[in-house]
Design a protein around this ligand. Structure first.
Ligand code: 13P
Length: 259
């Protein structure tokens, strides 16, 4: 059976437009060389200010561009915010929503994220909805409960017509930027739980939903983590800021997709 993968880079608050042009062009070149099969998609999510230059730099390479956030309203007096239709019209296919850094530093709640997810889907943007537990929550064996409520509350009342577009990213907070990734078994265990919660919330279409792993994913652990049955790719921070390491993860997905 063909495995589907999405390998997504989250550049966070890194790269000026000039730097993003260089990095995106290097990733594009490697993607052209790797020729991923249609079942393997690649995506980079630069800061808003670099979307345009990154888009130009990846033209014709098959690499898609996404944003790292958007607002839930279509327009209005929300200084500093960007509406989903603006993200879409800038050439983005995807938008990351609910990253743990947004939850932690900018007070984003499941209820706020539910509005953003519905607004993004209504604009034809693919939300990459991030869920995951903190270290304390894992130590207190609350992982599955936390992830369940992030999904139940975040996906409340979303339209079943568009829901199969959705992407979920499981990012244990303790694994982000620490160098300490979840083991492949830990990732698979939570991904399987997410898959069953999605079935509960969304029914049959849940089988089509891509569930990405994020948190210190790198070339050294990509093969093992991406080989797990409920892992459909990665949301990659640090290792996506170097074309070589990002391409090595794309290559791992390409190999697994056809094996
Ligand atoms: P790192 O890959 O740097 O741990 O970051 C993961 C992440 O937060 C991706 O969204």
């Amino acid at each position: 059976m063909t495995r589907k993968y999405l390998i997504a880079g989250n550049w966070k608050m890194h790269t000026t437009p000039t730097e993003s042009r260089t990095l995106a062009a290097a990733i594009a070149e490697k993607n052209i060389f790797l020729k991923p099969p249609p079942s393997v998609q690649t995506l980079i999510c630069p800061p808003y200010t670099s979307i345009y230059t990154a888009l130009e730099a990846v033209s014709g390479s098959g690499v898609q561009i996404g944003a790292q956030d958007c607002h839930s309203e279509a327009k209005g007096a929300f200084t500093g915010e960007i509406a989903p239709n603006m993200v879409k019209a800038s050439g983005c296919s995807h938008v990351i929503l609910g990253h743990s850094e947004r939850r932690q530093y900018f007070g984003e709640t499941n209820a706020m994220l539910n509005k953003k997810i519905r607004a993004a889907l209504a604009e034809g943007l693919i939300p990459i909805y991030c869920v995951g537990e903190t270290l304390i929550e894992r130590q207190q064996e609350q992982t599955v409960g936390v992830v369940r409520s992030q999904l139940v509350d975040g996906l409340k009342d979303i339209s079943l017509q568009t829901a199969s577009q959705l992407v979920i990213a499981y990012e244990p907070v303790w694994a982000i930027g620490t160098g300490l990734a979840a083991t492949a078994e830990q990732a698979q265990e939570v991904h399987a739980a997410i898959r069953s919660f999605l079935a509960e919330i969304l029914g049959d279409i849940s089988a089509d939903i891509l569930i990405l792993y994020g948190g210190s994913l790198k070339p050294e652990n990509a093969d093992e983590i991406l080989s797990k049955p409920d892992v459909n790719g990665g949301l990659i921070g640090g290792a996506s800021l170097q074309a070589d390491s990002f391409a090595a993860i794309i290559a791992a997905a390409c190999k697994l997709a056809v094996s």
